[in-house]
Write a protein of this length. Structure first.
Length: 473
């Protein structure tokens, strides 16, 4: 009897101490597990209990909220000591975009990687050689008409096809695109089917070629486990979190790389249809993957999704308020931002890309770790890429100083990951995509030697020779 009581007391004390120690995790776990109306949540791995998936290739598309996503991945990598593949310095902060990606563009101090996210033109075959075999491929799309308006204003002073347009008028461009657009000149990829181009496709394939568009969508579907949608960013993050078994804390963000409201314009009613027609391949991709996003969300249960989006926004607001002195942060133009590490890159004098500054009293009552998190949360991509390259190079040198000098593995060899491989946690679609006979990395036009950016040879022309049905990304 006494033994039984002692045993019971022991059980009670253990349970209480467990609750005290793991209160946060248990609370969210139990809430999740027993939330009525969320049956599909129960069958998903419970966050905090399953190992997180750490091998991610995020194809960063242009003007799609992808900078916000990149920042989130950078922070995840830093917290978990993961290596992020970064560009060699001669590529700047992009992997020599718009040239098709090859592993020669990756800085040797950032090998072998767990995560890759800087801008590139997608090349599945090369990424497959670089990344671990259980890498999850993710990308993000945005509705073509608002995206094109954004591209038109952002690259107005760079892209020749836009510079030719009188009065920088979007209407004039759409009235007769072919009188301004040259498929093979520098920066033409910003002027037509940019999403298709970034994904490795042929932006100038005539819309009449329905077989090509269909095969291309199918290929994207096969390679990418998740295609996020910028207009439904938080909902996309819910799917991402479940796919990767990440915690809510792993998907908190502050929106980055935005224009001032003054740099944006609303479209007259007839423009969206014209934009979709001009960017027919992108429109088709978008419609397909927006529909498929909503199918996945509806499979998870709208109530569950809504609840998780609420939790995400609440946690986000708490974090942001703690960083910005109890208030939401004020957007500032680059000139107003005192800390130069926080000034976003400006595309031209006509467009203001806004950013944030930290409050001067940030250090008061905060650990240096908390300050660091606040800083990284709003750090623009160019600076963050440099910061990461510095810290990873330091780590690389430390690791290799203790060993006999060894040349970095030539990129032609398959890379091994130094990290313990996680089990494939319920990710039924993660498989290395099968090799495609027409991959940009294996085709006759494959780029292994540097070519000046903007060279016309190869851009958009080398992709499809022969049957379009096996077009690679
Ligand atoms: C990351 O590395 C640092 C220094 O080597 C170590 O102190 C820390 O515990 C590591 N963190 C994780 C999550 O592995
Ligand atoms: C250019 O735009 C300005 C202001 O919107 C307008 O007054 C002018 O007539 C336009 N010029 C041409 C050539 O369209
Ligand atoms: C995406 O699809 C959903 C569901 O069909 C629809 O409600 C939503 O308006 C679409 N989003 C955009 C931006 O078209
Ligand atoms: C920082 O200053 C702002 C006002 O400028 C104030 O509201 C906030 O409480 C201060 N934060 C700390 C941590 O002192």
């Amino acid at each position: 009897m006494i033994q039984k009581k002692i045993f019971l007391a022991f059980v009670v004390i253990s349970t209480v101490s467990l609750l005290l120690h793991h209160g946060g995790h248990l609370e969210s776990w139990t809430m999740e597990a027993f939330y009525l109306g969320c049956p599909s949540l129960r069958s998903h791995p419970s966050p905090g209990l399953e190992p997180k998936h750490t091998h991610v290739a995020f194809l960063k598309t242009h003007k799609t909220a992808s900078t916000t996503m990149q920042n989130l991945l950078f922070r995840f990598a830093e917290r978990n000591n993961l290596t992020v593949a970064l560009p060699v310095q001669s590529c700047t902060h992009q992997f020599c975009y718009p040239r098709t990606f090859t592993s020669h563009f990756v800085h040797p101090h950032t090998l072998p990687p767990s995560i890759i996210t800087n801008h590139m033109r997608f090349n599945r075959a090369e990424l497959q050689r670089l990344m671990p075999t259980d890498t999850v491929y993710i990308t993000i799309l945005r509705e073509p008409s608002s995206m094109f308006e954004s591209l038109f204003s952002y690259y107005n002073q760079y892209c020749q096809s836009f510079k030719r347009v009188p009065n920088s008028s979007l209407e004039a461009f759409l009235e007769d695109p072919w009188s301004y657009y040259r498929p093979n000149e520098k920066d033409s990829m910003y002027a037509r089917n940019t999403l298709t181009f970034d994904l490795g496709g042929d932006k100038d394939r005539p819309p009449a070629d329905a077989g090509y568009a269909q095969a291309f969508v199918a290929e994207v579907e096969r390679v990418f486990t998740l295609v996020m949608i910028a207009e439904h960013f938080d909902e996309s993050l819910v799917l991402l979190r479940h796919l990767l078994s990440w915690d809510l804390d792993d998907v908190l963000y502050v929106k980055l790389n935005m224009r001032t409201p003054g740099s944006k314009r609303s479209l007259s009613p007839d423009l969206p249809a014209k934009i979709r027609q001009w960017n027919a391949l992108d429109a088709r991709l978008y419609d397909h993957f927006n529909a498929s996003l909503w199918q996945q969300l509806s499979a998870m249960g709208p109530a569950c999704v809504a609840r998780e989006v609420r939790l995400l926004r609440k946690a986000q607001e708490r974090l942001v308020r703690s960083c910005f002195g109890g208030r939401m942060p004020q957007l500032r133009s680059a000139a107003q931002i005192k800390n130069k590490d926080l000034r976003p890159w400006q595309p031209s004098a006509k467009v203001d890309i806004v950013g944030y500054d930290l409050p001067a009293n940030l250090s008061q009552g905060r650990s240096s770790q908390a300050q660091e998190l606040c800083l990284k949360l709003i750090m623009p991509e160019v600076q963050y890429t440099q910061v990461l390259l510095r810290s990873q190079s330091l780590r690389y040198r430390r690791n290799y100083q203790q060993r006999p000098p060894q040349r970095p593995q030539p990129p032609e060899q398959p890379m091994r990951s130094p990290l313990p491989r996680h089990q494939q946690v319920g990710l039924h679609r993660i498989q290395p995509p099968a090799a495609s006979p027409l991959g940009p990395g294996s085709g006759p036009g494959s780029t292994t030697t540097p070519r000046p950016a903007g060279g016309t040879q190869g851009r958009g022309t080398k992709l499809v020779q022969g049957s379009s049905q096996t077009e690679s990304l």
